[in-house]
Design a protein around this ligand. Structure first.
Ligand code: ATP
Ligand code: ZN
Length: 283
C-alpha cells in the first residue's frame, strides 16, 4: 500500500502542537529534530518536517498528501488545497499596528502611508477591498521594529497576546484576518480511504479536547434538576452510592460552557464533583 505523507512545521510555533496531535492520534514515530522524514511505525504514513512557508505548495503539488499549517500561510501563498479540518491551535490575528503616539487611528488615515509586512498578498487584498492607497513594504522578518527605524509608518503582522507590539511601542487598530492551524490536503487526498481513517482519528481527538468527563454525587430527590441541566447527553450513567438515597451521575460536559454548567450543577445540589480529561471520543 502506498504510504501517505503529512508535512508539519520542523521547528517553530506549530511544531509541538502538531506532533502532539499526531501522537494523540495513536501514531508512533520519532520526532527527530535533525531529519526531514520520520516514518510512522503503526500506520502507512511518513512525516515530513518542513518550514511552514513551504507546506502549502508541497501539498498543492501532491509531494505531501496532507499538511498542518496556519491559515495565514495558506492565504499568503494562494495555493489550491482542500481545507480538511480546523485544529484549534496556533490561533493568532494578522493586524495593522502603528506607533502609540501618532495620528493614524482609522483605515482612511493609512492613505499615502507605508506599511511594512511579511504578508504582502493578504495585505494588498485587504487594502484594495477597503479602497486604501498605501505603500506596502515587504520585509522578511522583525516587522515590529520597522516604524522605530523609520522604515515604515505602520506594520501588518501576526499578533497573539499583543506583548511584542506593546514592547515595541505599537498599538493595533485594524484586524486583517484571524488564523489558526488547519489540516490541509491535496486534491487526490480528499478521495483517499487512508486519509479518511486519519481524519476520523484527528476528529476523535479534537472532540475529546472540547469535552470533559464529569462525575458527581447527588441526593436522589435532586436528580431531576440535575438531569434537566444535562439535556445534550443521550443518557447519563446513574450509579447508586453505598449511602442510602444518594447516586453518582457520570456525564460529559462541553468545554465552552463548562464553568457555567458546573456552577448550576452545584446550585442544584451536586457534591464531590470530579472532572477528568477525555482522551478520545469515537462516534
Ligand atoms: P518557519 O521557520 O517554519 O518558517 P516561522 O518563523 O515562519 O517558521 P513561526 O513564528 O514558528 O513561523 O509561526 C508559525 C505559525 O504560527 C504562524 O504562521 C501562525 O500561523 C502561527 N502563530 C500563532 N501565534 C503567532 C504569533 N504570535 N506570531 C506569529 N505566528 C503565530
Ligand atoms: Zn515561515
Amino acid at each position: 500500500m502506498k504510504k501517505l505523507k503529512i508535512a508539519i512545521q520542523k521547528s517553530g510555533r506549530l511544531n509541538e502542537k502538531s506532533v502532539e496531535l499526531l501522537k494523540n492520534c495513536g501514531l508512533n514515530f520519532e520526532n527527530y529534530k535533525s531529519s526531514l522524514i520520520s516514518p510512522v511505525s503503526n500506520f502507512p504514513l511518513e512525516i515530513l518536517f518542513l518550514r511552514d512557508d513551504d507546506i502549502p505548495e508541497y501539498v498543492q503539488d501532491g509531494i505531501a498528501d496532507l499538511g498542518i499549517v496556519g491559515e495565514n500561510v495558506i492565504n499568503e501563498t494562494e495555493v489550491e488545497v482542500a481545507y480538511l479540518q480546523k485544529l484549534g491551535f496556533g490561533k493568532c490575528s494578522l493586524k495593522i499596528a502603528v506607533p502609540n503616539n501618532n495620528l493614524i487611528n482609522s483605515l482612511n488615515d493609512l492613505n499615502g502611508k507605508s506599511i511594512a509586512t511579511t504578508y504582502p498578498v493578504i495585505l494588498n487584498k485587504f487594502l484594495k477591498s477597503n479602497q486604501i492607497d498605501a505603500e506596502i513594504r515587504t520585509i522578511s522578518g522583525s516587522v515590529e521594529i520597522s516604524p522605530g527605524l523609520g522604515l515604515s509608518d505602520a506594520i501588518c503582522d501576526l499578533v497573539s497576546t499583543g506583548g511584542t507590539l506593546k514592547s515595541n511601542g505599537l498599538v493595533a487598530f485594524a484586524d486583517v484576518m484571524s488564523s489558526e492551524a488547519v489540516l490541509i490536503g491535496s486534491k487526490a487526498a480528499e478521495k483517499s480511504a487512508l486519509v479518511d481513517e486519519l481524519m476520523q482519528r484527528v476528529q476523535s481527538v479534537l472532540r475529546a479536547k472540547e469535552t470533559k468527563y464529569v462525575v458527581l454525587n447527588i441526593q436522589k430527590n435532586n436528580l431531576p434538576a440535575i438531569l434537566a441541566l444535562l439535556p445534550g447527553v443521550k443518557s447519563p450513567t446513574i450509579i447508586p452510592l453505598a449511602e442510602e438515597g444518594w447516586v453518582a451521575v457520570h456525564t460529559v460536559i462541553p468545554e465552552y460552557d463548562f464553568w457555567e454548567k458546573i456552577n448550576k450543577l452545584k446550585q442544584a445540589g451536586a457534591q464531590g464533583i470530579v472532572v477528568m480529561p477525555i482522551e478520545k471520543i469515537i462516534l
